[in-house]
Design a protein around this ligand. Structure first.
Ligand SMILES: C[S@@+](CC[C@H](N)C(=O)[O-])C[C@H]1O[C@@H](n2cnc3c(N)ncnc32)[C@H](O)[C@@H]1O
Length: 421
């Protein structure tokens, strides 16, 4: 993947640019296999008001994100694929996706697709797409290009040609900056799909988590853990190793039906066709849907006073300080609220603990605490090494493979038996 930065459009056929010969291997195909002339750029959506979208997800989160997408009003054609979820809908669906999806990384809108084996065709076909709906020519763009199996493979030149196409279409020089409107071009075997990012800053940035403790997880991963582990938001939730409070604060927002995107801005707000009145209405609806308090206790605790202090500051910034209990406690001393409920935690993985025996002992104490204090609760642990789960000594009933910042991890659900009555 390459990001094009700086520089003016050269306005020439970059098919002839270095590296030499990359677009001279074969002439541009004149016809498709059925003998028809190759199509020019195609809009992916069936009508101007219809958008085809792709919500990006971290590995392992696709199915749970598809459930979230399916619950958006007006959505259709929801399809989980590797790396995210495809779906269709109008501008309101695109706005709702940004406002409500808790596990998506970003929401892309497909602008169109076309075939091209020469840069001149790429520029021409990309210029026939309706960029004026998404790109304000007075604002910079950030171009990201990637391809596999295509004759045009020089990602810098691909990005330059997209920049030239935008300039052609919008009749004004489109400039490049690292924090501009993100435009993505992806090629697979000479078929190019261009998309715009409707989110802007990544969606895990809800706006409230400005203090972190050791090894924080992203808010989107925290939301995925809560959705995957089967927690019912009408019941209690405890994270006895809460660090900066990511899991309990995400849980509290879920339990109170607070839209994760309510307090932040999105890239689509700067699009020329943006419907500000519609956006204001959707935000008002989201505010009206909020509950005044979570239905059951949400508790986070940690042995580190600094972590608890960070969690409390984050809770205050999120406006949730009155609704989440954040306490300084050793796991062994924690007195959970009345159940039933769910205990979910992200214990240290061990890289910093160094000593494998200390780590096994920690996971053993987790098992003892779970059996002694949380009998009958749902329980889930995020772990990097399945061998440590053996040290917990509790039966695993489900294993969800995930990724935490590129590290392969597992959310394991544990069987703590039935609630004693
Ligand atoms: C990987 S971090 C959790 C990060 C957290 N999920 C977040 O997003 O900020 C693990 C946390 O477990 C805490 N911890 C380790 N051993 C503990 C124990 N015996 N009792 C309570 N907390 C413990 C550490 O202080 C650390 O904050």
């Amino acid at each position: 993947m390459a990001q094009a930065r700086g520089g003016r459009v050269r306005g020439r056929d970059d098919g002839k640019r270095k590296p030499k010969g990359k677009s001279r291997v074969k002439p541009e195909r004149k016809a498709d296999s059925d003998g028809k002339k190759a199509p020019a750029a195609a809009l992916i959506a069936s009508s101007p008001s219809e958008l085809v979208m792709f919500a990006v997800a971290a590995p392992g989160v696709e199915a749970v994100l598809a459930r979230e997408v399916s619950s958006l009003a007006g959505v259709h054609a929801v399809k989980p694929v590797a790396g995210g979820v495809e779906f269709g809908g109008d501008a309101a669906v695109m706005m709702r996706a940004n406002l409500w999806l808790r596990t998506a990384t970003r929401v892309l809108v497909r602008v169109g697709s076309f075939e091209a084996r020469e840069f001149s065709k790429m520029r021409h076909r990309a210029a026939s797409l309706p960029w004026e709906r998404f790109v304000d020519p007075s604002r910079p763009v950030t171009l990201s290009a990637a391809q596999s199996g295509s004759r045009l493979y020089h990602t810098g030149a691909i990005a330059e040609n997209l920049q030239a196409a935008l300039t052609d279409r919008l009749k004004g020089e489109v400039t490049i900056a690292s924090d501009g409107q993100k435009v993505l071009v992806r090629g697979v075997a000479d078929r190019w799909t261009v998309s715009v990012d409707s989110s802007g800053e990544l969606l895990h940035r809800r706006g409230w988590r400005q203090e972190i403790a050791h090894a924080p997880i992203r808010e989107t991963l925290a939301a995925a853990l809560l959705l995957l582990c089967g927690w019912d938001p009408a019941t209690a939730l405890v994270d006895p190793m809460c660090g900066a409070g990511t899991l309990p604060l995400e849980a509290c927002a879920m339990a109170m039906r607070i839209a994760p995107g309510l307090d932040r801005r999105f890239a689509f707000e700067a699009w020329p066709g943006h419907d500000g009145a519609l956006w204001a209405r959707l935000r008002d609806e989201a505010k009206a849907a909020q509950l005044p308090a979570p239905p059951a206790a949400i508790v986070g605790s940690d042995r580190s006073p600094a972590a608890v202090s960070a969690a409390q500051h984050n809770a205050a910034r999120a406006g949730l300080a009155a609704h989440v209990e954040l306490v300084h406690s050793e796991l062994d001393d924690l007195a959970p609220p009345a159940g039933p409920g769910t205990v979910v935690m992200n214990p240290p993985y061990g890289r910093r603990l160094g000593d494998p025996r200390a780590l096994r002992s920690l996971y053993g104490s987790i098992g003892r605490a779970l059996r002694a204090r949380f009998a009958g609760w749902r329980a889930a642990l995020l772990v990097a090494d399945m061998r440590l789960v053996e040290a917990v000594g509790v039966r695993v009933v489900a294993d969800h493979p995930l990724s935490n910042g590129g590290l392969r991890v597992h959310l394991v659900e544990l069987d703590l038996g039935r609630m004693k009555t």
